[in-house]
Design a protein around this ligand. Structure first.
Ligand SMILES: [Zn+2]
Ligand SMILES: [Zn+2]
Length: 346
């Protein structure tokens, strides 16, 4: 007799129901994971509100995940029962131009679990061993579920090239901005400044060891850059992590000539950019999308070496049955919410 499990299904925007499903059995090359924690991110919130352009309903959410291996399929030698793991949630074709050039994160047929294919919001999840990453025994399940967003930050910082000794500005102090700032510091930046309009998020940045925080509703960003990084020099590299027009404007207008600007944020509405300024100041706008499995491994090492702190980001934890309440908290108090966790199993 096959066992049964619980699965959270979003059947329509703002509607999550719990279904009973058969516990899935791993096929060849696959691993069965008992899901422990799921982090909720900005993209999940877009799906909840019916505003995600590439997700339809019904959908099982969950792409920031940690769990424990409970069974392995035929031919799996890299994992054993009891291993702590996190899935790298991208499913790619392996045949298109980006895939053939080591850029499977921008595969033409890319599917991300929790969006275009079922995610991890269930008790037991089956995943290919090749796309699974082991997390150290000493790492908590909360931290394990945050390796995915940290990997976004890792790839973004790698896009800046050698960051050692540089002065860095990170625009936006939400979860991704926070992790980009910490990663830049952890990878050897001389100093990192974070700017935002939300003082709670700026306090979190300070708690995580970010050198300078600027509240742009009260302080002038340019004079802060000049004071801390040099009158003419200002920031050597800038990371745009706000995803909103005013944030982008602040980045473009405070960039020193010849600066690399890494565009990390996901934009809901297409912003406008002063291309005349980009041209004349020789600004370089560099896109970065998600991560690859190496970025996951770098992320795990950064946490292991104590260079990135993940726990301060978690502001709330809800039990699996309260998935809907988690979104309620996010909607009702965005000012004091950073990362919300779902405790699927203890
Ligand atoms: Zn996410
Ligand atoms: Zn592909």
């Amino acid at each position: 007799m096959m066992g049964k499990m619980k699965q959270a299904v979003m059947t329509a925007p703002k509607t999550i129901i719990f279904e009973t499903a058969d516990i899935p059995v791993p096929g060849p090359g696959e691993v069965q994971i008992n899901i422990k924690r799921i982090g909720i991110c900005g993209s999940d919130i877009h799906v909840y509100h019916g505003l995600h352009p590439y997700t339809s309903y019904p959908v099982v959410q969950g792409h920031e995940t940690s769990g424990v291996v409970t069974a392995v399929g035929e031919g799996v030698t890299s994992f054993s029962i009891g291993d702590k793991v996190t899935p790298e949630p991208q499913v790619f074709c392996g045949k298109c131009w980006p895939c053939e050039h080591g850029l499977y994160n921008i595969c033409n047929e890319l599917k991300v679990i929790g969006f275009q294919q079922n995610g991890t919001a269930c008790d037991y999840f089956i995943y290919p061993a090749d796309c699974l990453v082991k997390i150290p025994d000493g790492m908590s399940f909360e931290e394990g579920a945050l390796i995915e967003p940290l990997s976004v930050a890792v790839r973004a910082v790698k896009k800046a090239g050698n960051i050692k000794g540089l002065d860095v500005l990170v625009m936006g102090a939400g979860p991704i901005g926070n992790l980009v700032a910490q990663t830049a510091r952890g990878m050897g930046a001389r100093a990192v400044m974070t700017a935002d309009i939300n003082s709670f998020r700026l306090e979190k940045a300070s708690e995580c060891g970010i050198d300078y925080t600027v509240n742009t509703t009260k302080q002038d960003l340019k004079s802060q850059l000049q004071e801390h990084f040099g009158l003419e020099k200002m920031a050597d590299v800038i990371f745009e992590c706000t995803g909103v027009q005013p944030g982008l404007n602040a980045v473009i207008s405070n960039a020193r000539k010849g600066t690399d600007i890494i565009v990390v944020a996901v934009y809901g509405t297409a912003p406008s950019v002063d291309m005349a300024l980009v041209n004349e100041a020789e600004l370089k706008l560099i896109g970065t999308a998600r991560y690859n499995i190496d970025d996951f491994k770098t992320a795990i090492n950064l946490v292991g070496e104590g260079k990135v702190k993940l726990s301060p980001l978690v502001t709330d934890t809800f039990d699996f049955v309260d998935y809907g309440k988690a979104y309620g908290k996010i909607d009702s108090s965005p000012e004091s919410t950073m990362k919300v966790m779902i405790r699927v199993n203890d």
